[in-house]
Design a protein around this ligand. Structure first.
Ligand code: GLC
Length: 486
């Protein structure tokens, strides 16, 4: 029997992408549909995605059809919602519009409080969509805080229609610290009082993310290791004790990678394509970068790269400080990213201090990112926390060996190289301190000078299967278990 899934998110490729959620929402629903249709042991999944009709999407001039309108009740009167359908993909996508999804507002404001009205309206409107479409929903799949309100309303308010009578809720957790704190007023305006359940700490009873986590039938963190880490004070953001009580509902499923876009064998943005069979060609990409950035052209000098949003989460400061500890060793580095001004300044300062070997590009440059993955020897990923992470997977697929903090999805995707290479694909360090990063980098540089070992590490990484298929199958199996549960 077909399994009906309503996938609700704030952002998704190719319509609008701000962060990692956009990559996942852009790939996972299609992968779920695909695997369900081709596997005889799985039911076909009719997955439909709902997104806010953000101004950024309207500007793209995507062809949509206006299906009609309904309204969402609130204490201030009912708020009209317009439904649009996009049919250009492998599954239907609905865009919901209305006054709270206002033209001037970006997908995310700096202050969640400014986004409260938009995402509470959107979450509640999404729950009215099945009735409007006359489509029964088995699974509501919500993502992060923005759509957690849909779960809270589904489980605590009268149902807007019988189409939700048997709906189970899955809460996909991409980033715990972003809880949507401060939108209490919007929840109240739409008739959603704070929870009185005392397994939640008091401060969390009116924030959408904890409310979703409280009521979800299943919580899925985006990696198994992150699912464990959030039960500890270091990563639990004050919810660790509450999450421990929800442990039986909590699991982790690793995200995948779009292996078509990210394929060193066919990538049109890189100078020289290569594969495991032709790894020797890769050096041309490195020389090209050295030339382009006016760095000494030497293939025996390890070229390091760091490509990241410059956000405190990403721990870029840890690597930048750590690099200075390694000034006695030979290396070059190209840093690419934009974000928090003090981190940008640190990157520029490092270049000023080491003009012979560091280049910092404060920009978002997709083409350069591809070239760096394809040409650099090592990829620095010093994240303070990393629910899953995507760039370490890209780096490994491109033969660029990750030096990463042992946290979250980095632990699940990178096999640490210890004394012998074995199946190792990268180097992990435990504590988020510059000195710890530096000693791991030193070990990696030492290994780099054993070319046979290095080549093996690269090949191990390139041979990992990061495709979405594995994860999509796990989600469908979970949907089936949820549907069968009473
Ligand atoms: C968030 C997390 C990142 C994860 C992504 C997609 O951006 O910070 O680790 O890969 O969500 O799940």
């Amino acid at each position: 029997m077909t399994l009906n899934v309503l996938f609700v998110a704030a952002e998704s490729e190719p319509f609008v992408k701000i962060g990692g959620l956009g990559d996942v929402a852009g790939a996972l629903p299609g992968a779920i549909r695909h695997i369900s249709l081709k596997s005889e042991d799985l039911p076909p999944v009719d997955i439909r995605m709902v997104l806010p009709y953000h101004f950024a999407i309207k500007q793209k001039d995507i062809k949509t059809e206006h299906l009609g309108d309904f309204s969402v009740p609130s204490h201030k009167g009912s708020v009209p919602c317009q439904v649009y359908r996009y049919d250009g993909g492998n599954f239907p996508v609905y865009f919901l519009d209305g006054a709270p999804i206002d033209e001037k507002s970006p997908v995310y404001s700096l202050e969640p409080a400014n986004d409260g009205d938009k995402y509470v309206f959107f979450s509640l409107a999404a729950l009215r969509l099945p009735g409007f479409l006359d489509w029964h929903v088995d699974i509501l799949h919500a993502n992060d805080w923005h759509t957690a309100t849909a779960i809270y309303a589904l489980k605590t308010r009268p149902l807007p229609s019988a189409h939700l009578a048997h709906t189970k809720a899955l809460h996909n957790l991409h980033n715990l610290p972003f809880m949507g704190y401060g939108i209490q007023q919007a929840l109240t305006d739409y008739g959603l009082p704070p929870s009185d359940n005392d397994i939640l700490p008091e401060w969390a009873r009116h924030a959408p993310l904890p409310l979703g986590l409280l009521h979800a039938d299943k919580i899925v963190a985006v990696s198994p290791h992150y699912a464990e880490e959030i039960l500890t004070p270091e990563f639990g953001c004050g919810l660790e004790n509450f999450l421990k009580q929800r442990k039986s509902a909590l699991t982790g499923i690793l995200n995948g990678l779009d292996t078509t876009t990210w394929d060193p064998e066919t990538d049109p943005l890189i100078t020289q394509t290569f594969s495991t069979q032709t790894l020797a060609r890769r050096v041309e990409n490195k020389t090209d970068l050295q030339r382009k950035f006016n760095l000494p052209e030497d293939e025996n000098l390890p070229l390091l790269t760091l490509i990241s949003r410059m956000d405190p989460q990403k721990g870029i400061d840890i690597a930048l400080r750590g690099l200075a500890y390694c000034e006695d060793l030979p290396w070059q580095a190209i840093i690419l990213g934009t974000g928090t001004p003090y981190v940008e300044d640190m990157a520029l300062e490092l270049e000023a201090n080491y003009p012979q070997r560091v280049r910092s590009v404060i920009d978002f440059d997709n083409k350069l990112a591809h070239q760096l993955y394809a040409g650099a020897d090592m990829f620095l990923m010093p994240s303070r926390y990393e629910p899953c992470g995507l760039s370490q997977m890209i780096a490994m697929r491109y033969g660029c060996v990750p030096i990463a903090r042992a946290t979250g999805g980095l632990v699940d995707t990178i096999h640490h190289v210890s004394r012998s290479v074995n199946g190792g694909t990268g180097f992990l360090f435990l504590k988020p301190y510059p000195s710890v990063f530096a000693s791991t980098l030193k070990r990696a540089i030492h290994r780099f000078h054993h070319p046979e070992d290095w080549r093996q590490i690269q090949l191990n990484g390139m041979q990992q299967d990061f495709s979405w298929e594995n994860s999509a199958r796990k989600y469908v199996e979970l949907y089936v278990r949820l549907r069968n549960k009473n």
